[in-house]
Design a protein around this ligand. Sequence first.
Ligand code: FES
Ligand code: MG
Length: 586
Amino acid sequence: TPPPATPSTPAPRRKQPEDLRSHRWYGVKDLRSFGHRSRTAQMGFSRDDYLGKPVIAILNTWSDMNSCHTHFKQRVEEVKRGVWQRGGFPVEIPAMSLGEAFQKPTTMLYRNLLAMEAEELIRSYPADGVVLMGGCDKTTPGLVMGALAMNLPTIFVPAGPMLRGDYKGSVLGSGSDTWKYWAELRAGNITEDDWQEVEDGIARSAGTCMTMGTASTMTSAAEVLGLTLPGASSIPAVDSRHAMMATHTGKRIVDMVWEDLKPLDLLTPASFDNAVTAVLGLGGSTNAIVHLIAMARRAGVPLDLARFDELARSTPVIANLRPGGKYLMEDFYYAGGLRAFLREMGPLIDGSQRTCNGLTLGENIADATTYNADVIRPRSEALLESGGLAVLHGNLAPSGAVIKPAAMEPHLRKHTGPAVVFRNYDDLAARIDSPELVVTKDSVIVLQSAGPQGAPGMPEWGQLPIPQKLLKEGVRDMVRISDARMSGTSYGACVLHVTPESHVGGPLALVRDGDLVTLDIEARRIDMAVSDEEIAKRRADWQKPIPKFSRGYGVMFLKHVQQADTGCDFDFLAPDYAEGAGQGEP
Ligand code: FES
Ligand code: MG
């Protein structure tokens, strides 16, 4: 698979040097511009290095606390190389990294903070064009949401997946195999030594989780939206072609500034439909629902849960990737990557949508080839005919909940069982493995207070653990319900994103032990057999929990975060939020 290239002939220039945004910093003759120029000289650049050239702000989410972005320290040099070659002036600006593997309680608490940081960095510095370097879960939506608010020419460099994991001759997948072997350890089927070998072999190189988890789901979505060079999201992080892609990206952003090609020129209802369709066809992460809705709202494009369900009913899952399928991202790349996948999706993808390289999505995938038809299946041999995701409603989730039917045991698709309720995560941790817990394989495990405000930050707690005594009996899947999210690398019959969340008094807060709960995926229902009168009575007795923060960022988060069905963005970051006058442009 060749690295993505930039078009050999850029489109005509629509801007002149005096039209550049950075001209106001560098090009004018006043006291302030003296300061900007003298301080650029302080960094060793002379006027002909930057005057009249597009300033390219490279927002780099490298950090020693982000194992997925280790290579960005080097990759940024390759982006800069491309910018220099094309006659731009690259400036690297670090942005908060959101290292999924390390940050507590959850990176989701900080996605909007990264979006705000990205927006304000772009606004306050002399940027003409923007390169976003991200990939680990929330970094993609966070960076894109912030950049959309500024709407300067922007291109995204996806970190790319890490290499396959390896353990005693078999392949290990991020996340998925962690849960799998953890369950085997708790069931007594593997030893502590085996477990440590898994630990040492599961993450072998820089790059994002190499299953079709949230990272690859979101970078693939970014590519489908036209925000990356074609093919960019599938290249393994440490492949030389990833470095070539970074250099091409640096070249392309300079052209985009002259062409004045901006993200809001690319993002349309049809391009978001493409992104949703691709996520479904990839068997992608449920987290994409929250992030794509948030991104669409920033772009002023209507997108809601109903649209996901509608598209899911007619979209086959054709990428045979874990956690729902067999292979890993490295295999996906060798099989042709996202371009080949999109080509196999055929008429389900609207090829007329424009992308950042100036061509349409259809033009970018026209010559794509599938090299392994078991990894990227033809639609006639799909893994699933439809239903990669399902949106549920019912008296337990009046504003919606989601489930990934592709990654659960089929016998649970229609299931009724008595609720076993945990008030919060600590309660769950304290009691789930207790021999006294009254639970059978038919029980429905319910976790309250794990949503955007309740947890807070809507962590990936939604793959609730199977009680140890049931694990020992061989049970590996049960119906589980929460207002949390679930890691994109997880699997199981987990009803997620229950809205409104229990912390704000959603019906999830009112479920009690023994209530009969029914999941019916065909009917798209999630209900408890509790009468409306009884629900009203319980609500009258319900007490609003104490807010989780008394000061700082957390207070702002709790005041402004919205519910999962609208993307968990802050209310005041919506493009049509109006308080006062002016746009704050420096
Ligand atoms: Fe970074 Fe999974 S931990 S992508
Ligand atoms: Mg994840």
